[in-house]
Design a protein around this ligand. Structure first.
Ligand code: MEV
Length: 413
């Protein structure tokens, strides 16, 4: 009998891949070396760990407290830029606050008369809330739980029953889904059997918003060869483009998410959820714009960022992945709200560093060393050869794969 792939151990899976010539023995050894029994239990059809470099932003100050930030990223310049932004932030004041922190669940229904159904929900709200909470009683015991239920008219006789859930220190996806499904079952059994279509959390977490504000003197953005005031004005101008042009806004937001996703990932949170929510929120007013705003006001450069950040410090993979726990030790945050404030601040610092580079020497100049390192690794330089190859490449007029390969060959001869 041929066993199904999911019934094999990871070692057997690798052997099968070698047998089928999909990978060779060296590839199998590489995958085998990355094996982790914990991770094997986390996903289906596990074959190994795909590692992403973990680095540290040694210091960023948020609301007067210094934090050490673990960041998981494969992009060479991200941590250097975050550190640069954090250094600029140290010239001024940084205040961050969680505006609210509740998760939204949805029960989506069709063929519904809105006004009538709204009355039904008002009348049955306490019952539905009790049902939701009974499906996940521990959350209520901890002071959280399902707090409120409202209905939104989606048009064409479709509605969304919106559940507002306080998930305490967890991100709360499982809790919200369990509660929403329990309510969906009740509605199906009580007169809406054909109308209830699906029940799921919404990743547009508009009830878990964080706002960070920074006020900087112009010398915070100082750069040799440029006037401070001019850099500040150009940063505001660069940001303005992102408020009128979605093409530029997408790139600026990508830069913000470079920092945010790296901390979200290192802290064991779901970065796809955060990224999806962030980009949807960026177009919340009907037009996709930058999540941040930079302005020159009198003699200060003022920046702000508002973003949904439904992150947790318990639950999900946080309690399972060993490095997520180590990273939490480094972060030293004690609440989910505090973590969200720190993450948003890293995002804004990342943003400032990118804008300052873009309006002065451009992004490539500062990244040259890092890019040459990546190029050296990409052409197969061993870690011991990287420094010398980077030095040789830096002297070349054309720094491409061909040149790197030629130089590496020369070095080895
Ligand atoms: C690159 O990863 C991020 C930037 O493109 C962000 C931006 O353009 O603002 C530099």
């Amino acid at each position: 009998m041929i066993m199904k792939f999911h019934q094999l151990t990871s070692h057997e899976r690798l052997a099968q891949l070698v047998d089928k010539h999909l990978i060779d023995e060296n590839d199998a050894t590489l995958l085998n070396t990355s094996y982790s029994s914990i991770h094997e239990k986390m996903i289906e059809n596990y074959i190994g760990n795909y590692a992403i470099p973990l680095g540290l932003l040694p210091k960023i100050t948020v609301n007067g407290t210094d934090y050490v930030i673990p960041m998981a990223t494969e992009e060479p310049s991200v941590i250097a830029a975050a550190a640069n932004g954090a250094r600029m932030f140290s010239y001024g004041t940084v205040t961050a606050q969680a505006i609210n922190r509740e998760m939204i669940g949805q029960v989506l229904m069709h063929d519904i008369e809105f006004v009538e159904f709204e009355q039904y929900v008002i009348k049955h709200e306490s019952l539905l809330i009790a049902l939701g909470n009974a499906a996940h009683p521990s959350m209520q015991k901890r002071g959280g739980g399902l707090k409120k239920i409202t209905v939104r008219n989606l048009g064409d006789k479709m509605v969304s029953l919106d559940l507002l859930v306080d998930a305490q220190e967890a991100m709360g996806a499982n809790t919200v889904n369990t509660m929403a499904e329990a309510i969906a079952v009740y509605l199906r059994d009580n007169g809406f059997s054909q109308q209830v279509d699906l029940a799921i959390l919404s990743n547009l977490a508009t009830q878990a918003l964080v706002e960070v504000r920074v006020s900087l003197p112009f010398n915070a953005v100082e750069k040799v060869g440029f006037r401070n005031v001019e850099i500040a004005q150009k940063i505001a101008q660069a940001n303005l483009y992102s408020h009128i042009d979605p093409y530029r806004a997408t790139t600026e937001n990508k830069g913000i998410m470079n920092g945010i996703d790296a901390v979200v990932m290192a802290s064991g949170n779901d970065w796809r959820a955060i990224a999806a929510g962030a980009h949807a929120y960026a177009s919340y007013d009907g037009k996709y714009t930058s999540l941040s705003k930079w302005q020159v006001i009198d003699d200060r450069l003022e920046g702000s960022l508002t973003i949904p950040l439904p992150v947790g410090i318990v639950g999900g993979s946080i309690g399972i992945v060993p490095l997520a726990k180590v990273n939490q030790k480094l972060l030293k945050v004690t609440t989910a709200k505090e973590l969200a404030c720190v993450i948003a601040t890293v995002g804004l610092a990342q943003n400032l560093a990118a804008l300052r580079a873009l309006v002065t020497n451009g992004i490539q100049a500062g990244h040259m060393q890092l890019q040459l390192k990546s190029l050296a690794l990409a052409v197969g330089a061993k870690p011991t050869e990287v420094t010398e190859l980077v030095q040789r490449l830096a002297k070349m007029p054309l720094r491409n794969t061909e040149t790197a390969l030629k130089l590496l060959k020369e070095m080895r001869n």
